[in-house]
Design a protein around this ligand. Sequence first.
Ligand code: NIG
Ligand code: FE
Length: 415
Amino acid sequence: MTEQLLIKNASQIVTPLGKTARKGAAMKDVKIYENQSILIEDGKIKAIGQDPNWEKQVPAEKQLNAQGKAVLPGFVDSHTHLVFGGYRPDEFLWRMSGMSYMEIMERGGGILNTMKATRAASEEELVDHALDHLKKMLAMGVTTVEAKSGYGQDHDTEIRQMKAVRELNKRQPIELVSTFLGAHAVPPEFAGRGDDFLEFLIHDVMPEVAQDHLAEFCDVFCEKGVFSIEQSRHLLTEARKMGFKLKIHADEIVSLGGAELAGELHATSADHLLHASDAGIKAMAENGVVSTLLPTTAFCLKEPFARTREMIDAGCAVALATDFNPGSGFTFSVPLMIGLAVIYMGMSAEEAITALTLNGAAAVDRADRIGSLEAGKQADLVILQYPSYKFLPYHTGVNIVETVVKNGKVVHQNA
Ligand code: NIG
Ligand code: FE
């Protein structure tokens, strides 16, 4: 039997349109329907419109009244380090008193600190830890989350992190997209031997990850003092041969050329980009690389935000994501991210919506099935407590999501 859901009389239905990322000037073009309904059948959007028959067809208990409310696509958080052990609150406060992220890392803090705690954690502990976070993300309207490994830097822990992601996909409503980020830091066992560590990943870890479909993407922390452009190119080229799609942590701390490399390799996305060069911006725009910006990380590191306007004006497809992780930004707050994007990064509310929905979906290679509200797409959506999308940046830092629908089912309601 067909399973239906009717979201009726929404004050606004707001959505970008299409099955691919929206670039440059097209990011601001969102479709706004007024006083219309959404008919959902078997997890997919059947139609958007106003048909009196729908209310007769759909059982009363399967109808949601959205009068006075705005409806948007579910949010896609396309860059997180969701699965990890332990926390680093002391480092946060050291940073606030002037120590830099890299100084902390060089002293054995940072990623290596979380690596120790993650190595010590069982799969079940990692799952439990992440479940708690996912529940809170769902309440903010997030229906798809990308999750990276990268806190193991050894075979068993990296695999365990990705198995935890697989398990999490079964245990809660958010769809998780798995990324292998073994090349996140050089572990102590390979100190001073970054090249050897990459060969270890390429030969002893990645074939198994590919074989068992434990990750869809491969990512690398391409940064001065971590992995160079040449090393990143080598790793990602080998990854592509094994069937991985590509992502890069690019130009976060210094301008190294990561955005250019993403363009050269036609990576799906380049992320961070606080110090992306003009040539890097051009390379992303010309080669269909999604430019994923992570405002809460820049905010928490007290770094200047990415050159968002320049990227959009150059024709980039910009996505917004939280980078949720225990170090550089221990937050998955969607309201804070939207506030920062609109108040400080020069994005319009419409651009921010596209960045968080369709372009986020493109950053995880799912724009053909999620990220917009259109007939045929998966019914992932949020109903806001207010009649207009403009309340998203305006009610700054406050979660105004009331109801979350995933695959045509109500999966969360805020009181
Ligand atoms: O995206 N930059 C590298 N990796 C993460 C931070 C990881 C951590 O500090 O634990 C990031 O910011
Ligand atoms: Fe990151």
